[in-house]
Design a protein. Structure first.
Length: 319
């Protein structure tokens, strides 16, 4: 729902010229009923509606229900995942992956002590028994780490929702968290399998290499694996916060949002172009060829800030 020139002309025809809050954007919608903005509560006197307008404007909102830039930056911080939770989740998943590396390297030291003995190995040391133990460990440890992270994400997101007048509880939030937990376990299990496969490939192609050369190659693969775990942790923390944010807003009847970026040098160009633009939840913008909400792209730190309708059309408020 990005606003164009036609939208501005329509708004001006209905409400008069745009105000930077000189004359109050207050109008009489029926005999003895006054309203600030395009929709929302009506008041019995113009003065009461103007007081409401001053309060909302002072809180950082514009007449169309979207936040002004300063307010948008404040809300971006409030709706972003807690940094402490993200940082701890990064450390937790990297620690899990390091334990995976230690287990794999222990097998390597035991099963591949020398090139000639490697050729005599008929049994796959990284076969089903090993992977079964690996998956159980990851399921347990990543699950516990995700539970800690999601508790903090839900707490911070709920507080931000309450500040916006949105219920922190909505149908389906538990399912979102449970689905994210299972997805995170799968992501780390897949990363572990990739590391095992990389190690096997290094060993299979190591004939003629010195021990030091093999060790260097294995450590390089471990570094790639650690960085993958870190990316998963950061990406999935933001994704969970974003999914809960979107669900709370839609459950509250909010249909549109303002796209807010982190506004720094790390923001990708395709996202920077959307900064401050309004969109409908049912018609999100295309980003890199795909309809996308904030946080849905890999490592996206953007946030969906709700476009607020200050009250229902048939609400009435006394002075």
């Amino acid at each position: 729902m990005a606003r164009g020139k036609g939208d501005e002309q329509k708004r001006a025809a209905t409400h008069g010229p745009h105000h930077s809050f000189g004359p109050m954007p207050v109008h009489e919608v029926a005999p003895g009923r006054w309203r600030w903005g395009r929709s929302g509560k009506t008041y019995r006197t113009k003065a009461a509606a103007e007081r409401q307008a001053r309060a909302i404007y002072a809180a950082g909102w514009k007449e169309d229900g979207s936040p002004r830039p300063k307010k948008r930056a404040e809300l971006h911080r409030a709706l972003s995942p807690p940094r402490r939770a993200e940082g701890r989740y990064v450390r937790d998943l990297v620690s899990v992956m390091q334990r995976v590396h230690e287990g794999v390297f222990e097998v390597v030291r035991r099963e591949w002590p020398a090139p000639e003995s490697r050729r005599d190995k008929d049994e796959d040391a990284f076969g089903l028994p090993f992977r079964s133990r690996l998956f159980k460990y990851i399921d347990r440890e990543v699950g516990k780490a995700h539970d800690r992270m999601s508790d903090e994400v839900e707490e911070k997101g709920g507080a931000a929702a309450r500040a916006l007048g949105i219920s922190p509880k909505a149908a389906g939030l538990g399912g979102i968290v449970a689905g994210a937990r299972a997805a995170n376990v799968d992501l780390i299990q897949n990363a572990a399998v990739s590391f095992v496969d990389d190690v096997r490939k290094v060993l299979d192609e190591s004939d003629g290499l010195r021990h030091e050369e093999i060790a260097k190659l294995l450590e390089e693969r471990a570094g790639v694996s650690r960085r993958r775990a870190e990316l998963i942790a950061r990406d999935q923390t933001a994704k969970l916060a974003g999914a809960l944010n979107h669900a709370r807003q839609k459950a509250a009847g909010i249909t549109a949002f303002t796209w807010s970026t982190a506004n720094d040098e790390r923001v990708r160009e395709s996202h920077a172009e959307l900064e401050g633009e309004q969109f409908d939840y049912d018609d999100p913008p295309e980003v890199d060829g795909e309809p996308t909400l904030p946080t849905e792209a890999v490592n996206c730190r953007c946030v969906a800030i709700p476009v607020i309708d200050f009250g229902a059309e048939d609400d009435e408020a006394d002075e």
